[in-house]
Every structure is written in C-alpha cells, then in structure tokens.
Ligand binder design. Structure first.
Ligand code: ZN
Length: 285
C-alpha cells in the first residue's frame, strides 16, 4: 500500500512539474524590457533581484510578487503584467502616463523561487519554500513593533513555526525592498500571494476614527474587477497575534504606506484574465 501511495505521489509531482514548466511559462520579453530593467540588490544565494520601471512621474506605484512557499504563479502573473506595461501603451489612460511611475519587482525571494520551480511540493502545500536561503519567512521579517524571532504561519490546517530572522529586516531581500521604497518614496504597493482569494488593505483606523478612503477605493476596485473578496480589518484583528509578527501589513499600517495585498485564487495557474482588468484599472486610481 505504501509503495502504491509513493508511486501516486511521484506521478502527481511529475505531472505538476510538467504543468508548471511546460504549459504555462510566460517569460519576460527581455529585448523589449531591457531598457526598463535594473538590479536593486542580490539575494542570500547571490541571485540578482530585478526591478522593471515604466514612465517617470511623481506618483510611484510598486507591484511586487514575493515569493512565498509555492507561489510561483504570482511570478507568472507578474511577467505578463510587466510585458503588458512595456508593450501596449494604448491600453492605459493618458492621465496615468503623465502622473505615475510604475515599478514591478517580479520576484523578491529569487532563491526560493528557483527551488520551488524544481520542487513544486504541491502535496505539502509547498510550505517548505515559504522561506529564503537563511530559512527566514520574509513576510515575518519586517521591522514592526511586534516583530519576533520565532514566527508562525498557517498552512495545511495547522500552525507552523518559522524564523522571523535574527533581527527586524535582517534579510537582504527585505532590506533591498525597504531601501527601494525609501529611496523612491513609494506610497502605494500591490503585493501578491496565493491562494486565499482575497484583497486586503488597512484603511480603517479605529483609534482615531479615521479612514483612508483612497486605499479603500483601491482595495474595493481590485476586488470588483478580480472578483476576489475583500478581507476585512475585523478578520485581520481576529487572527492570532503570533501570525502577524513582522508582517508586511503590520509594517504598512505603522508606516502609513498603502499596501494592497492580493491573494489569488489557486496555486495552479496565473489567473491572468481575472487580474488583467484589475491591474489596468489600478493605474487609473
Ligand atoms: Zn504568500
């Protein structure tokens, strides 16, 4: 029985590897985007972290695909987005071409991405590649007041412990991102994950009885176009504290940066059609 299960597991892995690497593998159109590309830092494993930049105006918007565990589909989605930004200007409103500068970082955790591509690990929900080469979950390594060395994430219907780093922002990937955000004075970030089917932004501030209406609009619009539901502040508050240490959404709130966290629907394809309209619309706000 064990042998049969092992064989099924192997077949399943093989099929998924083939599906990932053969049937849906959009690549950056290097020749088209070469003028827009630059490296912002290197990872622990020595791989360059690439950024693509489009147009050059005051209002800066960043689109970032992490990557977490096995979220390689967010990278595929991004590659399509960068190619579209670099090629078809007819799609975008003139007002945004004269106001915004758009940055796209396809993959922050490049080391993890390369590993995950070779070892999809779908049967374990890809949880082993949630981390970088230092074994740190980058989404628990942000410099927040609630940062902890030992962090926690929810996967496979249970809580799993993972490193939040040796200190806040100890990891080069997170440092690279924070430096970039500071240097460019970025105020709006769209961050992508798989796969909870939600859009989330922290526009509510119960203490001051104040709301950030423009962030609320960005979240609700993305939800409307993508059909991912809005994840509410109440739901966020209901999450256990240990699941939110050093988290990007805690950092966003403390630093008053607008972060729109998009969790796509599945880990099985890039959901380009669903996201394309929402992404184009996000440039109009
Ligand atoms: Zn994630």
């Amino acid at each position: 029985m064990k042998k049969v299960l092992k064989k099924i597991k192997l077949c399943w892995k093989g099929l998924n590897w083939r599906f990932d690497n053969r049937f849906d593998r959009p690549e950056i159109w290097e020749s088209l985007l070469v003028k827009d590309k630059y490296e912002i830092w290197t990872t622990v494993g020595g791989n360059p972290i690439n950024c693509y930049s489009f147009w050059y105006w005051d209002e800066k918007v960043l689109y970032i695909w992490w990557i977490h565990w096995n979220e390689i589909w967010t990278v595929k989605l991004m590659k399509r987005w960068a190619n579209l930004l670099g090629s078809d200007l007819g799609l975008f409103p003139k007002s945004c071409l004269e106001q915004k500068q758009i940055f796209v970082i396809p993959v922050l955790n490049v080391d993890g991405y390369k590993k995950a591509k070779n070892t999809p690990d779908y049967l374990n929900w890809g949880k082993f590649w949630k981390i970088n080469f230092n074994g740190v979950d980058l989404n628990r390594n942000f410099p927040t007041t609630n940062w902890e060395k030992e962090a926690c994430f929810f996967s496979s219907w249970k809580e799993n412990y993972v490193s939040g780093g040796s200190s806040p922002a100890s990891e080069p990937e997170v440092k690279a991102l924070l430096d970039f955000i500071n240097a460019q004075k970025i105020q709006t970030i769209y961050a992508f994950h798989n796969c909870r089917w939600t859009v989330f932004g922290r526009w509510e501030n119960y203490e001051k009885d104040k709301k950030d209406y423009s962030l609320e609009k960005k979240v609700r619009d993305y939800s409307k176009f993508s059909k991912y539901r809005v994840f509410s502040e109440v739901e966020w508050k209901a999450l256990k504290k240990k699941l939110k240490t050093g988290h990007m959404m805690s950092w966003a709130k403390e630093n008053e940066i607008q972060v729109i966290e998009v969790e796509t629907n599945t880990r099985w394809w890039s959901e380009w059609r669903r996201n394309k309209g929402a992404l184009i619309n996000s440039l109009k706000i």
